[in-house]
Design a protein around this ligand. Structure first.
Ligand SMILES: Cc1cc2nc3c(=O)[nH]c(=O)nc-3n(C[C@H](O)[C@H](O)[C@H](O)COP(=O)(O)OP(=O)(O)OC[C@H]3O[C@@H](n4cnc5c(N)ncnc54)[C@H](O)[C@@H]3O)c2cc1C
Length: 385
């Protein structure tokens, strides 16, 4: 391990845990598109998923750099934290904007793992990235919100008890700003399923437990409104910096996995009477991948440190996510190329990780939207939309 890595004790403990879940475990699940229940249970019991929850609510009260170390090590080991990473940060919306009564009611149970809060419902089929055009509407009727509409790509919904849901509570055209008039509801999915909430799994190129949700007069008690009605967009945006930085850390873990595997194979595979890694055509791309992953890792550390210090970090979180996801994807491609035909064999785990890391240039935000943010917010160029 390099001396420059943060939180060495945490990394060591996470590595030990991940060693109990080697390649065959993930391959079997991938084939079936099955949820890694045992792995998530082990992470929950070890307290890693509640580490960002303050101690007063039963968590470890650690900062984002520690959580980054956990997710990086999970991914570096060949595992995939996407099945549960949202249990770490989705509670942030409740923590930052919920009432004291809501926090006391929900957070200790989320911290203990009794309740899973790892579904986050924003994206809709028609609005896509243009979140202000979401159509899911929550109409207030007495002490209930009655919700109608649909969401797409809502990950882990089948494996979550609670969901943070963004909906409109007044039409876009009535709002002062287009981002006004949206609200965040904490949905108790145990009560909603079959009573207005339908969950339909979406099979994808990776094992990701993602779903489509349909709301048909789903009732949510008004007491589950988080913060102020109409101010929900800001609450969701607030949570996105943590999500982007943590997922960037997963990309760094993926990138290290690919560089480790590629360099090991290049040293050991002998063709034409010598190791393939003595050819610069093989070694330079691996060296380049290492450089890119290392540089992106510094950007992720920088963004995480700003977040932890309570400093503004929207642009840094975006840049960390973009550089890390591009570095991991380049490393993935190089790793497949280095392995030749074996890069395509399931038993090497490389093709699985290749598919998994591709996601991060699209979700949780696509690269073009990050470039647009940097072009307009950082460099002051005009906005195209
Ligand atoms: C496996 C998976 C899991 C996900 N999990 C969740 C989840 O749990 N919760 C949730 O709410 N969402 C989730 N998402 C949704 C994800 O955040 C979106 O897919 C992503 O933000 C892109 O939105 P979109 O698919 O609607 O693409 P669109 O907005 O339709 O965009 C399509 C393409 O066009 C580009 N584009 C669009 N507008 C512009 C523009 N103005 N300029 C330049 N390029 C543009 C985009 O960059 C993109 O490449 C998930 C998605 C996937 C695939």
């Amino acid at each position: 391990m390099s001396k420059a890595e943060t939180h060495p004790e945490i990394r060591e403990a996470v590595r030990k845990l991940c060693a109990r879940f080697p390649g065959p475990y993930w391959r079997g699940l991938d084939r079936e598109r099955a949820y890694p229940t045992e792995f998530v249970k082990a992470l929950t019991e070890a307290g890693w998923l509640s580490m960002l929850i303050p101690e007063q609510y039963g968590g470890a009260g650690l900062g984002l750099t520690a959580a980054c170390a956990v997710l990086e090590e999970i991914h570096r080991s060949g595992a995939n934290g996407a099945a549960c990473h949202a249990q770490m940060y989705t509670m942030g919306t409740l923590l930052r904007h919920g009432s004291e009564a809501q926090k006391e009611r929900w957070l200790p149970k989320v911290a203990s793992g009794e309740l899973r809060l790892q579904a986050f419902g924003v994206t809709e089929p028609t609005s896509g990235t243009d979140t202000t055009r979401i159509q899911t509407f929550a109409k207030r009727v007495d002490d209930m919100y009655v919700v109608n509409g649909s969401k797409i790509w809502i990950s882990r919904a089948e494996h979550s008890d609670l969901m943070v849901l963004l909906c409109r509570t007044s039409p876009r055209d009535d709002a002062g700003k287009t981002s006004d008039g949206m609200s965040v509801l904490l949905v108790d999915m145990r009560e909603a399923k079959g009573r207005g909430l339908t969950i339909k799994p979406v099979r994808t190129m990776l094992n990701h437990a993602t779903t489509e949700l349909f709301f048909d007069d789903m009732e949510v008690p008004v007491e589950n409104l988080i913060g102020r009605e109409g101010a929900g967009f800001k609450y969701i945006i607030d949570g996105m910096n943590a999500e982007r930085i943590l997922i960037a850390a997963e990309c760094i873990g993926d990138g290290k996995f690919f560089v480790d595997r590629a360099s090991a194979y290049a040293k050991e595979r002998s063709v034409f009477g010598g190791p393939i890694g003595e050819n610069q055509g093989v070694q330079f791309p691996i060296a380049r991948a290492h450089v890119q992953v290392t540089a992106a890792g510094l950007m992720v550390d920088h963004a995480a440190q700003l977040f932890e210090a309570g400093e503004p970090c929207g642009s840094e979180a975006n840049m960390a996510k973009m550089t890390a996801s591009e570095a991991s994807w380049y490393a993935a491609d190089v790793c497949v190329q280095t392995h030749g035909g074996f890069g395509f064999a399931e038993e090497y785990d490389i093709e699985r990780k290749f598919r998994e890391t591709r996601l991060y240039q699209v979700a949780p935000i696509s690269t073009n939207l990050i470039l647009s943010h940097v072009a307009t917010h950082v460099l002051g160029m005009p906005k195209s939309f």
